[in-house]
Design a protein around this ligand. Sequence first.
Ligand code: NI
Length: 169
Amino acid sequence: MTLLNILTYPDPFLKKPTSAVTDIDDQVQTIIEDMAETMYDATGLGLAAIQAGIDKSIIVYDPEADAEKKDFRVLINPEIVFSEGEMVSENEGCLSVPDFRSDVKRYERVTVEALDRNGEPLKIEADGLLSVIMQHEIDHLKGVLFIDRISALKRQLYKKKRKKALKSE
Ligand code: NI
């Protein structure tokens, strides 16, 4: 297994919507294993392929972030088909947005349709943390980061901070 390099803001690749997976072949299985390994290594709750520079609609996630059990789930070509309610996701963060967390307005409940890693159709009705993970990761596949969903003022402050941090690297 290979640890993948996680792209960080402002890498332009993160803004590019990903392509659907048409063939769940060995290459895709390898990508999934590498993504899971990378997610646990970075102690994230989820990872979208785009974050590793891979133009494919694939998500791995594990709400428990349990690197011992590694009981992760895979969604291929996921779509939110239903959403309702409103909630504030507190202190949301992202492996691609270093050194920043913010409250984000999210739907309370979502229904997601996708394929599993064997190509079988899946339907997930999620609320709470799982719902936030779904929305956050599916946003990634559309080229959207959680900082695109906060106030323009807060986003500007982060952009400035990030520029400074990159300069001093
Ligand atoms: Ni993220």
